[in-house]
Design a protein around this ligand. Sequence first.
Ligand code: ADP
Ligand code: ZN
Length: 518
Amino acid sequence: MQAALDTLRHVFGYDAFRGAQGEIVAHVAGGGDALVLMPTGGGKSLCYQLPALLREGTAIVVSPLIALMQDQVEALRQLGVRAAFLNSSLDAGAALAVERAFSAGELDLLYVAPERLLTPRFLSLMDQARLALFAIDEAHCVSQWGHDFRPEYRQLTLLHERWPDVPRIALTATADAPTRREIVERLKLEEAQEFVSSFDRRNITYTVVAKQEARRQLLEFLSSRRGQSGIVYCLSRRKVEQTAEALSEKGIVALPYHAGLDSQVRAEHQRRFLREDGIVMCATIAFGMGIDKPDVRFVAHLDLPKSMEGYYQETGRAGRDGDPADAWMSYGLGDAVLLQRMIEEGDSGEDRKRLERRKLDALIGFCESTSCRRQSLLGYFGESHPGACGRCDNCISPPQSWDGTVAAQKALSCVYRTGQRFGAAHVIDVLRGAETQKIQQFGHERLSTYGVGKDLDAKQWRSVMRQLVAGGWLQVDVEGHGALRLTSESAALLKGERTLTLRAEAERLPKARREARA
Ligand code: ADP
Ligand code: ZN
């Protein structure tokens, strides 16, 4: 389509379409409905902005992100596009002016918050206007199972019912099959053409390390990244603050960000992160959605995210500019236990809990995996990848494995003999023949398994325990304060009916130190 290419060059200043953009633009400009799944940074905006200019009338863009609306509208205006937004950040006078411009047909694009769009007032304005298309951004907000559920999104089918001839384009970077099906169903997009891009973020290198001393490991990771912008995600507000402080003490410019901070402080920290170079934002997942900073060089997870979707979204904030970037995560048994407990103690219904457990298991499986991370990550989203990507820890330095059958038998029988009432730390003490007060108190030095595990150090045992839990050979009783229990699978291992290969935990030291040791 020549008109599309001309507009791409003259208005947006790009030479060529990226990926499926050209096809999508042609389809929507021609009046078709579309569902667009494209990773963050893939170039979704253009898929509706360009057809908006090719079609007569105003394109209505539904977006839940107020900050993003403002940015996009400003960027469009600089290109000479007639764009405006309507949301709660405008005062009554400013909103009225936008409505007038819309009614007068003076806008190419109008960004609207969903709750605003659904008001009788705005619906009747749309009745009188000429509409080019509807773009539904962040379409996964329609899904109740996601983190970003917006009840108003459920009512957006009204657009289709009231204006059946106006094409709709729904866009999201959330790719898993259940969410995709839900979007189609909830937004009545059965007839829409689906455009699914590869979700591979080729410039991101993925690394997962076994958590030993998380903060020291983080500092080591950061030592070769001085002056780079990055995000460090932590699970709790307290840990966010502690981490920011600890990094600051080491001379790194680190700022905290979480929902418990004063909104002015939050805004100021966000502003500095966006404008200045080399700031490390220590944050809960409250930070990041809708933040468009192209040169974030790394995203580090000090704690486990809640799901593979979360991991993909959060790490996806690195390297939007296409230059090499890192996704680094430290993971230990404690993380899995804590998240399991949060699920069990949460007030979701049983169905939802079952789903959350499955999602957590998938993520733990990813962490424990010895094969290509990129392959596992994309595989989770239903995309196949040949593996051997060369840009993940498992490809760069393949993990060693060892026959852990005997160690596993010792661990399982020690769990059994101590009455399935204790957490990993105590069981390891018993295995290692430690002399602790707790061991004396319970008489555990008299058990046959006392001291049978002296051949491994505590760190190696933690690794064994973690892998036994991840593999379903042991389960953590979250109601019993993290006590380990046998599972229906354990017997086969105890009886020697099968063997178990475990991953060896070679800590990946920065190159310089590794060479110094050699
Ligand atoms: P998404 O919404 O999918 O995260 P954006 O629409 O914000 O992605 O686009 C990501 C970046 O890619 C932006 O900086 C945008 O200017 C740039 N971009 C989009 N399309 C093209 C293109 N055809 N050529 C060059 N750059 C593009
Ligand atoms: Zn790989």
